[in-house]
Design a protein around this ligand. Structure first.
Ligand code: NAP
Ligand code: ZN
Length: 346
C-alpha cells in the first residue's frame, strides 16, 4: 500500500514529501492510520546522520498514536477502530531472555527500530511515523487507555517511557530526590512523571530562563548549572539524576550532587563524553548508568499510569509541512516542550 510521508533524502536535505510502500498485512499485523506523531530529538539526529548509520530516505517518527484500520487473521488483542500507539521499536527476536522478561528493547538479537531498522522478514528498511499509515506486528502495538487525550499523548511513547523506565528502575517514590538535567522533551516528562511518583524534583538547566516553567511543571526548584555556588550548595542532595542533554557535555559537575550510592542516569547523548574525574564517584560509591526507552509491558504500564494520574506532555501542535522549522527550533531548545504533528495535515 502506498502511503504519504515526509522523508530526509540525505543528511543535508530538508524534510520533504515522499511516498513509501507499507507491507501487506501478515497474519499477526495491525494496520494503523496515524493520527499524531511526536517529534523527538532522535528524529533530528537520524535525519542529519549524527550517529553515522542513517539509511536514506529516512522517514522519522517513533511517538505514534493512531486508529486500527485493518487486522490480520491471527490478531486477537485489537479490533478495528481501537486507539493504539507505537513507540521506538516494532519487532525483536521474541525468544531471548530479555524478550521473555518484557525487555524487548534490550533484545539480545537487537530490536527492530520503528525507523531506520531492518524488517526481520524481508530485510527492508523500516519507516516511521511521519506518515499516514503504518503496519506493525500486534505484540509491539500499545493500547491507548481510555481518558488519555490522544492529541497530547504521542510524546509518551518515547520521551515518556525513556524517563519513566529509569525512575522505576531506581525505585523513585515518595520523598525521592530527583534531578533532571535539560528541560526539553525528555526532561519535562521526567519532571512530570517523577512528581507523579511523589518525588522532590529539581531541574538542572543552563540558565534561570526556564525557572517559571519548571515550577509550573511541578518541580520544586530549578538549579542553574552555570552557577558554581548554587551547585556546591546542592552537593550530596540527590538519589537519582537523569541527564537528557543531547550533545557532548561535561558530566563532572553533576557527580558531587549525588548522595552516597546515588546514580546519574545518562539517557541523552550517544558518543564520547568529556573526560571523567573519578574521585567523587570512587569516594561516594556514586554510579553512572545509562538507560534506553523501555520494554512493551513497561510502556503499557507507563501509559496506564499517565491515564490514571492525567499526566500529559506539554505539546505544540504543528502541521507536517512545518517540520523543518520545528527541527530548527528544537535545535535551539525553542520548544515548550514537544512538537506533535497533526497527521490530518499530511
Ligand atoms: P530536546 O527536546 O532538544 O531537549 C534537550 C534539552 O537539553 C534542551 O531543552 C536543553 O535544556 C538541554 N540542552 C540542549 N543543548 C544543550 C547543550 N549544548 N548543553 C547543555 N544542555 C543542552 O531533546 P529530547 O527530545 O528531550 O532528547 C534529548 C536526547 O535524548 C537526544 O539526544 C535524544 O536522541 C535522546 N533520546 C534518548 C533516548 C533513550 O532511549 N535513551 C530516547 C529518546 C531520546 P536546558 O535549556 O534546560 O538546558
Ligand atoms: Zn525518541
Amino acid at each position: 500500500m502506498k502511503t504519504a510521508s515526509y522523508a530526509a533524502q540525505s543528511a543535508t536535505s530538508p524534510m520533504a514529501p515522499h511516498t513509501i510502500e507499507r507491507r501487506e498485512l501478515r497474519p499477526d499485523d495491525v494496520g494503523i492510520e496515524i493520527l499524531y506523531c511526536g517529534v523527538c530529538h532522535s528524529d533530528l539526529h537520524m535525519a542529519r546522520n549524527d550517529w553515522g548509520r542513517a539509511m536514506y530516505p529516512v522517514v522519522p517518527g517513533h511517538e505514534i498514536v493512531g486508529r486500527v484500520t485493518a487486522i490480520g487473521p491471527d490478531v486477537k488483542k485489537f479490533k478495528l477502530g481501537d486507539h493504539v500507539a507505537v513507540g521506538c521499536f516494532v519487532d525483536s527476536c521474541q525468544h531471548c531472555d530479555q524478550c521473555h522478561h518484557g525487555n524487548e528493547h534490550m533484545c539480545r538479537e537487537i530490536l527492530t527500530e520503528t525507523y531506520n531498522g531492518r524488517d526481520r522478514v524481508t530485510g527492508e528498511t523500516t519507516y516511521g511515523g511521519y506518515a499516514k499509515h503504518i503496519v506493525v506486528k500486534d505484540d509491539f502495538v500499545l493500547r491507548m487507555p481510555d481518558g488519555l487525550d490522544l492529541a497530547r499523548a504521542a510524546p509518551l511513547l518515547c520521551a515518556g517511557i525513556t524517563t519513566y523506565s529509569p525512575l522505576r528502575t531506581w525505585n523513585v517514590g515518595p520523598g525521592s530526590r530527583v534531578g533532571v538535567v535539560g528541560l526539553g522533551g525528555l526532561g519535562h516528562m521526567a519532571v512530570k512523571l517523577a512528581v507523579g511518583m511523589g518525588a522532590h524534583v529539581t531541574v538542572l538547566s543552563r540558565s534561570k530562563a526556564k525557572e517559571a516553567d519548571a515550577l509550573a511543571l511541578g518541580a520544586d526548584r530549578l538549579l542553574d548549572t552555570s552557577d558554581a555556588k548554587a551547585l556546591k550548595a546542592a552537593a550530596n542532595g540527590f538519589d537519582v539524576i537523569i541527564d537528557t542533554v543531547p550533545v557532548k557535555h561535561d558530566i563532572n559537575p553533576y557527580i558531587p550532587l549525588l548522595d552516597i550510592d546515588a546514580t546519574l542516569v545518562l539517557v541523552g547523548q550517544l558518543g564520547n563524553m568529556d573526560e571523567l574525574f573519578t574521585v567523587p564517584a570512587i569516594m561516594g560509591r556514586r554510579r553512572i548508568a545509562g538507560s534506553m526507552i523501555g520494554g512493551i509491558p513497561e510502556t503499557q504500564e507507563m501509559l496506564d499510569f499517565c491515564a490514571r494520574r492525567n499526566i500529559l506532555p506539554d505539546c505544540e501542535m504543528i502541521r507536517m509541512d512545518q517540520i523543518n522549522e520545528a527541527f530548527e527550533r528544537m535545535e535551539r531548545s525553542d520548544v515548550r516542550y514537544r512538537f506533535v504533528i497533526d497527521m490530518a495535515s499530511l
